[in-house]
Design a protein around this ligand. Structure first.
Ligand SMILES: NC(=O)C1=CN([C@@H]2O[C@H](COP(=O)(O)OP(=O)(O)OC[C@H]3O[C@@H](n4cnc5c(N)ncnc54)[C@H](O)[C@@H]3O)[C@@H](O)[C@H]2O)C=CC1
Ligand SMILES: O=C(O)C1=N[C@H](C(=O)O)C[C@H](O)C1
Length: 239
């Protein structure tokens, strides 16, 4: 498979290594405005975008307009997500976005959803989310923490939203910590006057995120439509 890397930073480089080990070829790497690059005549099968929040929407939709499917893991641009989906459908292209591509985190998402369902009637427990990342991260809270909060909100009608740090009674507080070299840690805690329930996912490196993104790209090649990591994992475990 011929892959274009949109963003060649920490994740772009890790994805390159894993994609090449799985027999794929990187035919384009960009770290600046996509308009500076010719997307034609490179036989790009899939583009993988791990860039920066302010570039993601343009990168993704330029690919759709050039008939190139996109896997995107860039966080912090989701105000434009619905518009990107619309353009994908209009152009008959293909798209997978995930706030976190690691297999472990996707299991953790299922655990979070189940726990939220179990805890929704237990009013003594106050829920919060903590995320810890390296100091170079541009966005806060992390995309993964926002996904975790959205899952809890879907199960719990007493909670109305999430807030970074100072949350109201009916909001989920998300605490974002920045510590050098931490690849990504997420914890969801339910605290009551008598006890505490906590689930944590700790990434040990970026390898898990990158492998998930390459597996998603393999899934997306030659498809049309909008998919999620649930589709990718269902396909993986079926085969
Ligand atoms: N969904 C997931 O599983 C994961 C998502 N991420 C997200 O991926 C993104 C990238 O993370 P890192 O690689 O750690 O960041 P990074 O800062 O190491 O890499 C970003 C790269 O994008 C380049 N860039 C700047 N403008 C660009 C443009 N217009 N088009 C393409 N590239 C451009 C920068 O020069 C840099 O090399 C972040 O939003 C991060 O939150 C990171 C890890 C896992
Ligand atoms: O910026 C990162 O590094 C990461 N970003 C993603 C996020 O915002 O959730 C995923 C992962 O935790 C690493």
């Amino acid at each position: 498979m011929n892959i274009a890397l949109l963003g060649y930073g920490r994740m772009g480089k890790t994805i390159e290594e894993i994609a090449e080990n799985r027999g794929h070829k990187i035919v384009l790497k960009i770290s600046d405005d996509i308009e500076n690059h010719d997307l034609k005549d490179k036989n790009i099968d899939v583009a993988i975008d791990f860039s920066i929040p302010k570039a993601a929407f343009k990168n993704i939709t330029t690919c759709f307009k050039n008939n190139i499917p996109v896997v995107s893991g860039t966080t912090g641009w989701l105000d434009h997500y619905e518009k990107a989906r619309k353009i994908c459908n209009e152009e008959n292209s293909a798209f997978i976005y995930a706030s976190n591509f690691s297999l472990g985190v996707n299991v953790f998402f299922q655990l979070n959803q189940k726990l939220a369902e179990m805890m929704q009637g237990l009013e003594d427990y106050k829920v919060d989310i903590e995320e810890i990342h390296h100091t170079k991260k541009l966005d806060a809270p992390s995309g993964t923490a926002i996904t975790l909060a959205q899952q809890i909100l879907e199960e719990n009608s007493r909670l109305k939203g999430w807030q970074l740090d100072d949350a109201d009674e009916d909001e989920i507080p998300i605490y974002a910590k920045r510590i050098e070299d931490v690849p990504g840690t997420h914890a969801v805690t339910y605290d009551s006057p008598v006890d505490k329930i906590e689930i944590t996912h700790t990434a040990k490196s970026r390898q898990g995120f990158a492998l998930g993104a390459v597996v998603a790209a393999e899934y997306l090649k030659d498809k049309t439509g909008i998919f999620t990591m649930k589709d990718v994992l269902a396909d993986l475990f079926q085969n």
